[in-house]
Design a protein. Structure first.
Length: 201
């Protein structure tokens, strides 16, 4: 927990009002960045890699993000809980399935809610003169059924709503959530908690 939690209590309140199931203020130095997280986007290759405008390799590099992060003093970790766990489909249930379609079916509403919350928090921070506030979501962008992608040569259809994923810029979501005192589980029967990040300064 950051010493700035009181200073940013208006953002914690806004997060709850916008629909977050959990939120905490931490020091920016508690955001854990690790090149191995970005590696997991490529090995094994995520179905969004190179296809989405906000996925690697089309986002900030880990080095670029680490440099930018060093300019911030505080961050906010935000969570939205899904009604599904990561074990709702076993390996047999995944066979031959379109993973992007499955993610949309199981978690699309929650990932879009997380994006709206981050946008709302950016706006609230801006009104309070924290004009460098910047949000990062979790997982693939789900604003469009199909991203126009780099190959299409078209601009993003939702440039003011779409956000890069924390994972894509190298943020270790598990360790960062733990630093914020927020629960997160992998391959468990617990509901998936979609996690986002707001950098504040």
């Amino acid at each position: 927990m950051s010493e700035d939690a009181g200073k940013y209590s208006f953002l914690l309140k806004a997060a709850r009002e916008l629909g977050a199931d959990g939120a905490a203020i931490i020091e920016a130095g508690q955001v854990v960045v690790d090149e191995r997280v970005r590696l997991k986007c490529a090995v094994p290759r995520c179905h969004g890699y190179g296809r989405y405008l906000n996925c690697p390799p089309n986002t900030l590099s880990v080095a670029e993000f680490r440099e930018v992060l060093g300019r911030y003093s505080s961050a906010m970790v935000v969570q939205v809980e899904s009604s599904h766990s990561s074990l709702d489909l076993d390996d047999e249930g995944l066979a031959g399935k379109d993973l992007a379609a499955l993610e949309e079916e199981l978690h699309g509403d929650q990932t879009r809610l997380l994006g709206r919350i981050l946008g709302g928090l950016e706006a609230a921070a801006l009104k309070a003169n924290y004009y460098y506030a910047t949000g990062f979501t979790g997982g693939l962008c789900s604003l469009c059924p199909d991203c126009v992608g780099i190959a299409g040569g078209e601009p993003c259809r939702h440039p003011f709503e779409a956000r890069p994923a924390m994972e894509g810029v190298g943020v270790d979501v598990f360790r960062t959530a733990a630093n914020a005192g927020l629960p997160i589980a992998l391959s468990s029967d617990q509901p998936v908690r979609w996690t986002g990040l707001l950098l504040i300064d």
